[in-house]
Unconditional design. Structure first.
Length: 250
């Protein structure tokens, strides 16, 4: 990687967006346009020279905002980069700015490891400053049905709950995802449902009523009694407060 000069003012007609852009959900840029219109472009974008001019590596939204404002030129930091270096810089920048949703991050990881063959999970984790476990778990999200992935993008299902869904047989994944959304199950409740699912002996799966019972079983009951003796706390639960789940047909 080589820097030509610290910062250069480039004709905007010579610049085009990145073909390796890893951020698919750029959202609205109206506010960014207003900010640049009021305050100017506070940070230069990073570009690299290509045959047709210059390609954006970091700052694609700022570049688009400037084109909408009919800028004739913009300040750029020019770096001599190959495809791998450009992808790595773009990925690190987006991760540091926390601009990627979990599915975008997972897809970027997959492109790095599988499609481009730039390196394995270990190398990637070092490049982006994340653990190998984080990278591996993100990649697992791509095994989930597209409908479930969309709910993760919409932040209606958390990554932690989604990781638990990866452990469920595919035929039940969407069913459990629906229950997470319908009942607004917490991570602990999701794990309780999956534990019950395992205990039933697959392929049995808790019904909606059983899932509701499991959730209720984990909530504190007014009938529970606490006692303290010799420094030990004892919780007494009346028999009617216990919930027994059985698999269908048992």
């Amino acid at each position: 990687m080589r820097t030509r000069r610290s910062i250069e003012e480039l004709d905007i007609s010579l610049i085009h967006g990145s073909a390796l852009d890893i951020r698919t959900d750029t959202g609205t840029i109206d506010q960014l346009v207003e900010s640049i219109q009021s305050n100017g472009l506070l940070q230069p974008i990073i570009v690299r020279p290509v045959d047709s001019g210059f390609e954006v590596v970091v700052g694609n939204r700022r570049f688009v905002a400037c084109t909408r404002l009919d800028y004739k030129s913009i300040p750029c930091r020019i770096l001599e980069l190959d495809d791998k270096q450009a992808f790595e810089i773009s990925l690190v920048e987006n991760i540091q700015r926390n601009t990627l949703n979990p599915i975008e991050e997972a897809k970027a990881f997959k492109r790095y490891v599988d499609e481009f063959g730039y390196g394995g999970v270990s190398e990637l984790s070092k490049k982006i400053g994340k653990s190998q476990e984080h990278v591996s778990k993100r990649l697992q999200l791509l095994r989930l049905p597209k409908r479930v992935q969309r709910e993760i993008i919409r932040r209606r299902i958390t990554p932690s709950a989604a990781y638990e869904l990866c452990c469920v047989d595919s035929e039940y994944t969407e069913k459990l995802a629906d229950e997470i959304l319908r009942e607004k199950l917490s991570l602990r409740e999701v794990r309780r449902v999956i534990k019950s699912y395992d205990a039933m002996g697959r392929p049995a799966f808790p019904s909606r009523e059983q899932i509701v019972q499991l959730r209720a079983a984990g909530q504190p009951s007014p009938a529970q009694k606490l006692s303290l003796k010799n420094g030990v706390v004892t919780i007494s639960i009346p028999p009617q407060g216990l919930v027994l789940l059985t698999a269908p047909g048992h």
